[in-house]
Design a protein around this ligand. Structure first.
Ligand code: DX5
Ligand code: ZN
Length: 214
């Protein structure tokens, strides 16, 4: 299982300590949640923080933009050194154009779906995607409970992906822990984001290892 711990639940007064932990862990990516207070009812952190984190983190960055008009920020995200740029389908009027622009900028392109957005809306874009991020909570906050309907969506997405020949990674974000992670793996998830489960633990390295071995 690919694992992408979410920095949103880290200790913002001592980020370098948490990044050192991530560097020494088996995590595959570091997940960064950008919120604008418009697309979601919260504001997190922005580009100066991503840039500082990027300098000291030896894992590739998985950037999740919870913002309106994400297409305006493609070049800016690229300059942070991000490997994956995730945009919400609900925030993109011209999704195909945005996905192509992300790839032209040299990043992996991911589309994120809110819990109430059906997987079937990806049918005409799935072949172009490097990744699909399914939200298993309503975006905006860490520490929420897993929405079980996501399991059905993972299964449906796997079918859509495999039938289309797409190689898109299936990533899931929100309320992930050992139990929900196992259920997601059974349905075909390839990559798990975990905030509270990792960073609010006494032993975050162990928690990352547990998710890795699911
Ligand atoms: C929520 C964010 C998540 C969040 C997950 O809007 O997209 O990445 O950090 O946190 P947990 O794992 O605590 O639900
Ligand atoms: Zn996220």
């Amino acid at each position: 299982m690919l694992v992408s711990p979410s920095l949103l639940s880290a200790d913002f007064s001592n980020l370098s300590k948490d990044i050192e932990m991530i560097n020494s862990s088996g995590a595959d990516y570091l997940h960064l949640d950008i919120m604008d207070g418009v697309f979601v009812p919260n504001i997190s952190f922005g580009f100066p923080v991503i840039e500082s984190v990027s300098k000291i983190c030896n894992k590739p960055l998985d950037v999740h933009l919870m913002i309106v008009e994400p297409q305006k920020w493609i070049d800016r995200v690229k300059t942070t050194g991000a490997e994956i740029m995730n945009v919400h389908l609900e925030a993109c009027l011209h999704l195909d154009r945005t996905i192509n622009a992300i790839k032209d900028a040299g990043m992996k392109a991911g589309v994120t779906l809110n819990p109430a957005t059906p997987v079937s809306l990806l049918v005409d874009i799935i072949e172009e995607l490097d990744l699909v991020l399914l939200m298993s909570v309503n975006p905006g906050f860490g520490g929420q409970s897993f929405i079980k309907n996501t399991l059905k969506k993972v299964k449906e997405l796997k079918k859509l992906r495999d039938n289309s020949g797409s190689k898109a990674i299936i990533e899931v974000d929100g309320g992930v822990n050992e139990e929900t992670g196992k259920l997601l793996a059974e349905e075909g998830a390839d990559m798990l984001v975990a905030g509270n489960y990792v960073f609010k633990s006494e032993n975050p390295l162990k928690r990352i290892e547990i998710l890795k071995n699911i």
